[in-house]
Design a binder for this molecule. Sequence first.
Ligand SMILES: Cc1ncc(COP(=O)(O)O)c(C=O)c1O
Length: 405
Amino acid sequence: MEKVAFAVASRAADNPRSGIREIFTLANDKAARGETVYKLMIGVPDARTPDTVIDGTIAALKAQKTQYTANAGITELREAIAGQVNRAHGLSVQADQVIVVPGAMAGLLFANFTIEPGNRILVPTPGYPNYKMQAGLTGLELLHYRLGIENGFQPDLDELEDLLKSDGAPVGAILINTPGNPTGTVFNKETISGIARLAEKHGVRIISDEVYKDIILDDGLEHISPARFAPDHTLLVGALSKKYSMTGMRVGFLIVPRHAIKDTDVLGEATISCAPSICQWGGVAALEGDQSQVAGYDLQYRQRRDAIVEILTAADMTFTRPNGAFYLMVDIGDAGLSSREFALQLLEENGVGVAFGSDFGPIDPAHPLYAECDRLVRIAFCSGSMDELEGGTKRLCEFYKERCA
Ligand SMILES: Cc1ncc(COP(=O)(O)O)c(C=O)c1O
């Protein structure tokens, strides 16, 4: 019998691959060959996971809490998450609105599943590349809104409204990400309340990716969720991944408006059953336990941000000083290279790994925002020593100057 190969659907086969992974793999290969590598390309904090989280997880394991939990997660964790967002961000979420998921990625996917396939989704550009991938998997059409470096990467509300009114399939959601990856920008209060008003006016949901909500780098600045202004239009996605340095434990959440609880309760059952039971208990320990190991944890990011900003300023580079998360975008547009070529050559010749801007842009190189993203590279400053960060940033500046000369 002749065997006939099956074809993988284009939503997976043709989905864009992660450029960050490409650089990450090359950087690791280089390091494995014994070469010096400055790893500024990936957003995985190298802080230790707090002991309370480790102990809480081990205790759950020893107590045999190893079976399925309710689809939406254990009550203790749902209550702890609701309590945390209410206290920290002035919301009035109840535990039954919280769906515990394996990381923010699953929360974003669930949020996409609430949109009719074929609808459009407004995504920040430059923005987290996985938004594009998930739209491809869930049958949504991408509509890019611009975050301009000259405007500190804040969106323009008029442009957003024009896009909401533009011809084409209905717009199902405005996705926002504040503090943002890759920009490090915290959207200001007027912007968030303006987006909330637009969502209510046009009857679209906001998917609010708040995975960096706890990482604010300037005094007097506050993380503001659109759920504060438009609770019935906001799907709030968060995770414990970054603050508690537990990215591999996969504890995230999706908070749905009250009116959507019943219609979304199938999502967990049909996909993941539940988030890993013992990690959920680790999550309870993270939120309810001793916070001393995370107290002032953002100080290290502030110090790292300040050091990089000083180097970039001294080298007269164009960039936006980030005030949240742990990323910074630098303009390398005059080097005469695409951002990918720049990143590959910088790694090969100077041993510095950075993420390239086109990875955060539209898939289609002919899209007007592609070229803008392609002028940028992203520095991640959440891991490595200060020497590594400073050395890598200086080398980046030198490499850029050489190429411009
Ligand atoms: C903007 C953004 N959203 C979501 C995620 C995914 O978070 P998690 O690891 O909790 O799934 C990341 C991870 O880097 C991110 O940068």
